[in-house]
Ligand binder design. Structure first.
Ligand SMILES: Nc1ncnc2c1ncn2[C@@H]1O[C@H](COP(=O)(O)OP(=O)(O)OP(=O)(O)O)[C@@H](O)[C@H]1O
Ligand SMILES: [Mg+2]
Length: 166
């Protein structure tokens, strides 16, 4: 019996900086088509984690909260790939996502980070990495990773190795 359960990972972050560093490790592993869902209350740390993902992925522009534009399209110089960063908070029903060009976002040509993914969950691919962020206290956050599909089980395994060496 493996000690660590495949396809799941729980981590406590003790600071905003640590959350960014964790995000950065994940960002370095993303490939086009990856769907990263960041769920959690306001102020949980979804954007903070996304900032780290952007750094690790190599974005030319720093990731910021997509509260006003709802979709931010980032690129990197190494291979001109795209990384979409969405805030679905204001989408009241999944069909609202049409107005933000969701078909292109989910075309599989780019990696995608979604904040408030629960608002459009019915139109998201079933295969995805779901990360639930919970405020434990003050600066402590619990990150619960759940892989939906083989690609994401592999991604969690790589992330675990890259981050903890096991
Ligand atoms: N361990 C931690 N990880 C992440 N953020 C932390 C941590 N400790 C404290 N914070 C603080 O919590 C806040 C997280 O804000 P952030 O914008 O990332 O939240 P969010 O989940 O994106 O919220 P929203 O739903 O409003 O978009 C920041 O002010 C950050 O400094
Ligand atoms: Mg946010």
């Amino acid at each position: 019996m493996p000690i660590l359960k495949e396809g799941q990972l729980d981590i406590i972050s003790h600071s905003a900086e640590q959350t960014q560093r964790l995000g950065s490790r994940l960002g370095g592993l993303l490939t086009p088509g990856d769907i990263i869902c960041l769920s959690g209350d306001m102020g949980a740390g979804k954007t903070m984690f996304s900032v780290g993902i952007g750094k690790g992925w190599g974005s030319k522009t720093p990731l910021t909260s997509p509260t006003f534009n709802l979709v931010h399209d980032h690129t990197r110089s190494t291979d001109s790939q795209h990384l979409y960063h969405l805030d679905c908070y204001r989408l009241e029903k999944p069909s609202d996502a049409d107005s933000i060009g969701i078909d292109e976002v989910l075309s599989g040509r780019a990696a995608v980070i979604l904040e408030w993914p629960e608002n459009i969950v019915s139109i998201l691919p079933k295969q995805r990495l779901w990360i639930e962020i919970r405020v434990v206290e003050n600066t402590r956050r619990n990150f619960a990773f759940l892989a939906e599909g083989k690609r994401y089980e592999d991604l969690i395994a790589k992330f675990r190795e890259f981050t903890f060496g096991v």
